[in-house]
Design a protein around this ligand. Structure first.
Ligand SMILES: *Cc1c(COP(=O)(O)O)cnc(C)c1O
Length: 354
């Protein structure tokens, strides 16, 4: 793909934020990648200064919600180079989301080349502070100005970059989870397995109600019986019960996480007894009572691994592993980070250097 590149003048570049106070998604780099879909095809991609879009008020995304996104990271490796972690897996998942939402697919290789070119231009935005990374957000929205529910004929695809801090700057802080049986996130046959904007809009009310009661995250149950565990917030979830590591199967209503897949591969390499199977909240509560529930943790690109300290379901509160980070959670977090930052051999070919 030929790419047109319009760079800002040096004197117009934004000052870099303090790497030790990045937080998440607060700062954006100087340039973005954009590509327009029109007349049945994608036009040439562009790298241009980060800035506002001009959208027609009738743009279909504003009315009917065709919007999808991805989230991946670039890491400043031990070698000083920039490391991408499983980038093409994110772009392939983006295409599965596109297909589910009747949006056009992108060319994974061309878009990945565009992302590499963008990150190369923005390399000074890849932080070096411990645990800090450059979060990459590819997005596509429907832009055709038209009312009426049908697929848009025009789209804009874009990629923006945000330097983000270590998720746990002071070490792990196990999260308190509220298990909701009042709200549901997604239903089989719906769009739960697509990273589409509406899923997140739909989840906000449950998250706020949980936060008002002092919980950090919501654990979602299946939409039919409200018994089977689905996922937590924007992470997949794992349980250690007895000698089994259990995670719910990809049944159509949960997001097929790339971190989830990495955890499954690593723990299977370690020879653990790993199963993808249906698991109910009742089974988890019972396992807590009989002492067989050892650990619970979430997995996702932002936090990598998020240990769960307690679960609140109906009027019961169970504490997991004394509210402390479990051994496996810690080991997985350390291992994944070591692969991503290049401290450990990447046996699976997950890391791509810039
Ligand atoms: C993005 C996301 C995940 C985690 O996926 P990763 O590829 O591991 O980052 C899990 N659940 C939901 C709902 C998500 O949006």
């Amino acid at each position: 793909m030929t790419l047109s590149i319009y760079k800002k003048n040096k004197e117009d570049l934004n000052p870099k934020p303090d790497e030790n106070r990045l937080g998440f998604g607060q700062y954006f780099s100087d340039h973005m990648f954009t590509m327009i879909y029109k007349d049945g095809g994608w036009q040439q991609g562009k790298i241009e200064p980060y800035g506002n879009f001009s959208l027609d008020p009738a743009a279909m995304v504003l009315h009917y919600g065709q919007a999808i996104f991805e989230g991946l990271k670039a890491y400043r490796g031990k070698d000083g180079k920039i490391h991408f972690f499983r980038p093409k897996d994110n772009l392939s998942r983006f295409n599965r989301s596109a297909s589910r939402m009747c949006m056009p697919e992108i060319d994974v290789d061309e878009v990945y080349a565009g992302i590499r070119a963008l990150v190369e231009i923005e390399q000074d935005w890849v932080p070096s502070a411990q645990g800090a990374t450059l979060y990459i957000r590819p997005t596509m929205i429907a832009t055709e100005p038209a009312l009426g529910v049908r697929p848009s004929r025009e789209y804009i695809f874009f990629v923006i970059l945000s330097p983000v801090g270590a998720y746990y700057p002071e070490g792990f802080n196990p999260v308190k989870i509220f298990v909701t049986d009042k709200y549901v996130r997604a239903v089989r046959g719906g769009v739960g397995e697509a990273k589409t904007a509406g899923n997140y809009a739909a989840s906000i009310m449950a998250a706020i109600e949980a936060q008002e009661q002092g919980f950090t995250q919501v654990l979602w149950l299946d939409a039919c019986d409200r018994k089977s565990i689905e996922e937590v917030g924007t992470m997949n979830i794992f349980f250690v019960i007895g000698d089994e590591l259990i995670t719910p199967p990809l049944s159509g209503s949960i997001l097929p996480g790339i971190t989830r897949d990495s955890v499954l591969k690593i723990t299977r390499e370690w020879g653990l007894n790993v199963v993808e199977r249906n698991i109910t909240i009742d089974e988890v509560m019972a396992a807590s009572l009989d002492g067989s529930l050892k650990e619970v943790f979430g997995s996702g690109t932002a936090a990598i691994i998020s240990p769960v300290g307690s679960l609140h379901y109906k009027d019961q509160e169970i504490v997991v592993n004394g509210g402390q980070t479990g051994e496996l959670s810690q080991k997985l977090f350390d291992d994944l980070q070591a692969i991503q930052f290049g401290y450990k051999e990447d046996k699976n070919g997950w890391v791509d250097l810039l």
